[in-house]
Write a protein that binds this ligand. Structure first.
Ligand code: 5GP
Length: 141
């Protein structure tokens, strides 16, 4: 399989699909997952085309994880989370559903169960409110 630039994240990067963006720099882009496993569930993607761990170049991977690390404390503070789950799926058998490499940042609270992966759509008002919280925390950081 080769990279297919009709995947939804490529469309989001090109501005062809809307998203709740929380962060962008020259190399990476971060936005809320539309089917959040928890409030504030954020996806971090490189702007470079790569499917997953098997074809991404090391520099792109490092740049992307740097953005994950930069956003992690911001998201934890914004969402008042007890911790964060960082997930990254490779190939369908491992649960990957969108073939543009990405990291999930999922806030966790001690008493709140994790929702299923790619389960129910989040409601747009809650997604908007959570993205505003994260953007405000980024601006304050
Ligand atoms: P994967 O299963 O590939 O690790 O994760 C893909 C993620 O993308 C899933 O958690 C799914 O909810 C999310 N997703 C799928 N389509 C869209 C979309 O159109 N917009 C956004 N923001 N997230 C999406």
């Amino acid at each position: 399989m080769t990279y297919d630039d009709s995947n939804v994240f490529a469309k989001i990067l090109r501005g062809e699909l809307p998203c709740h963006k929380v962060y962008e720099d020259d190399e990476t882009f971060a936005f809320l997952d539309i089917m959040p496993r928890a409030d504030g569930h954020t996806l971090v993607i490189p702007k470079t085309s790569a499917m997953n761990i098997f074809d991404v170049d090391t520099e792109t991977l490092c740049t992307t994880i740097k953005t994950v690390q930069r956003l992690a404390p911001v998201i934890r503070n914004a969402m008042k989370a007890d911790g964060l789950l960082i997930q990254q799926f490779n190939e369908e058998a491992a649960g990957q559903t969108v073939f543009h490499v990405h990291f999930h940042i999922i806030p966790r609270w001690a008493e709140v169960a994790l929702k299923p992966h790619a389960g129910d759509m989040g409601d747009s008002e809650t997604l908007a409110a959570n993205s505003e919280k994260i953007i405000a925390a980024l601006e304050a950081a």
